[in-house]
Design a protein around this ligand. Structure first.
Ligand SMILES: Nc1ncnc2c1ncn2[C@@H]1O[C@H](COP(=O)(O)OS(=O)(=O)O)[C@@H](OP(=O)(O)O)[C@H]1O
Length: 454
């Protein structure tokens, strides 16, 4: 009897030991989980910062070392020299329409021309690579030395471009608020005039959007007079930025159209996030340029610019009723999604740059204002062959953000006032260098059905 009792007591003790062991193990697992969740789980902000460093660093060369909070270290003694990063020279710029793209062209022509880089240059004296149709090999000049830069008007054609551009090419584009872009399109393409909007209306954009179907079909009609560059059946007012980025929106008639398929559009946006290294925003041009400089490992001297195509027109700043804005948002819905997506990406990227980003932006603004003031004097000189001696250069002093550099009249002239003058120089040199190849290409009949007219 006594021994049975003893056994029972022992069993009870063993049970309570087991319970204790179980509780202790449970406590241990719980503590481990707690440590993991608090300290070891990936921190989205940190991950983002690293993703951005990866985005900004295509060759695996670190532009910025990230500190423990995921922010890049401040650069001392000049933007580029304190860090081991190599200037990127291979890039594709998808030049949309009316988004400060000609301003950027000036920057890119000057960058490439002064380094003797090879451009994917439009044939003959054209300025477009088959816009608004996809680019084909028929649209650019053959080149014995391959290509470094594609920057002229082209619809983003992934396969065609990847086939001729170096593998490490950086892909860049720019977008603008769709309504600002629309006004600029009206002004430039004289949309209201082609579409027959009465000249007495106060705001032709408002009038056009109020009677959209009527004016749109009139604008798109066969062989409409004064509608240059824009083929029949092409809408210049609807989702133009998205079309330039190659989203299939039903032009030419009968091709795929995903305008109303939100899931497909989102897939395109995600795809662009992967394919494009940077999408600039025209409204935040300075911030965008600093991101570009960091991405490309360029210098201030490479990103100074001349603002091109800045137009003054009466409806530029006119107030527009919300109901009209809604019509446009509905009409050009893919462009709004595109703009909102990349505007948010830009701000995310800026946020990841760390506290010194705006110091750099402000420093660049000062340099840019010096260059603008100098270049505008050069542009004002009528006879460019006799520029007065006092204008023979301007010197930008060295600072934390830039080394000292000089701008000469020829630098201003390479990027403005009309950067297409530089394209013509590039085309002329291509004629000399690769004339035999160009003649061979021209001798083959061009039977394409989709041929841009500009
Ligand atoms: N630096 C800078 N920052 C912001 N905005 C700028 C800049 N440079 C040009 N612009 C504005 O861009 C419009 C011209 O765009 P594009 O050069 O792309 O036109 S084009 O498609 O090449 O014809 C044109 O817009 P609108 O003036 O509204 O027509 C320019 O004012």
């Amino acid at each position: 009897m006594w021994s049975i009792k003893k056994i029972r007591i022992k069993m009870v003790r063993r049970k309570s030991d087991l319970l204790l062991i179980f509780l202790f193990s449970f406590f241990l697992v719980y503590m481990m989980l707690l440590v993991y969740v608090t300290f070891l789980q990936p921190n989205p902000a940190y991950e983002q910062a690293h993703m951005s460093a990866y985005m900004l660093d295509l060759d695996g060369e670190s532009l910025y070392e990230l500190d423990s909070s995921g922010h890049p270290h401040r650069q001392k003694n000049g933007a580029r020299h304190a860090h081991k990063c190599k200037e990127k020279q291979n890039f594709v710029f998808i030049k949309g329409m009316k988004c400060a793209t000609t301003t950027l062209l000036g920057v890119f022509y000057r960058f490439g021309y002064t380094r003797n880089l090879s451009f994917v240059t439009p044939v003959h004296w054209k300025m477009h690579l088959n816009w608004p149709y996809p680019m084909t090999p028929r649209d650019y000049r053959p080149s014995r030395r391959g290509y470094n830069i594609l920057t002229d008007h082209a619809i983003y054609s992934e396969r065609e471009m990847a086939a001729i551009m170096p593998k490490n090419s950086v892909y860049i584009s720019i977008v603008r608020h769709p309504f600002e872009q629309l006004k600029s399109i009206f002004q430039y393409f004289k949309v209201h005039k082609v579409a027959g909007v009465p000249s007495k209306v106060e705001n032709p954009v408002v009038e056009y959007l109020s009677n959209l179907q009527h004016y749109e079909s009139f604008y798109q009609r066969h062989n409409a007079p004064n509608r240059w560059c824009v083929p029949d059946g092409f809408s210049i007012t609807k989702n133009l930025m998205s079309h330039c980025l190659g989203i299939p929106l039903g032009f030419p008639a009968g091709t795929k159209n995903i305008t109303s398929d939100n899931d497909e559009i989102q897939r395109y946006l995600v795809h662009f996030d992967r394919k494009f290294n940077l999408i600039l925003i025209a409204e935040h041009f300075f911030e965008s340029l600093i991101l570009l400089r960091r991405l490309m490992c360029w210098e201030f001297s490479d990103i100074v610019f001349n603002s091109a195509n800045v137009a003054q027109y009466k409806f530029k700043t006119m107030e527009v009723p919300d109901s009209i804005m809604d019509i446009h948002r509905n009409w050009s819905s893919v462009d709004y999604k595109l703009f909102e997506h990349f505007n948010a990406s830009l701000w995310r990227l800026i946020h990841q740059q760390g506290p010194d980003f705006y110091d750099e932006v402000e420093a660049f603004k000062i340099v840019q204002s010096q260059i603008s003031s100098y270049c505008s004097k050069i542009y004002d000189v009528k006879d460019k062959n006799s520029i007065p001696a006092y204008l023979n250069k301007t010197v930008v002093p060295s600072s934390e953000w830039t080394r000292q550099f000089s701008m000469l009249p020829k630098d201003c002239l390479l990027m403005g006032p009309n950067p297409y003058a530089t394209l013509q120089i590039i085309q002329g040199e291509s004629d000399v260098r690769d004339g035999d190849l160009i003649r061979q290409q021209d001798s083959v009949p061009d039977n394409r059905t989709m041929k841009g007219s500009c």
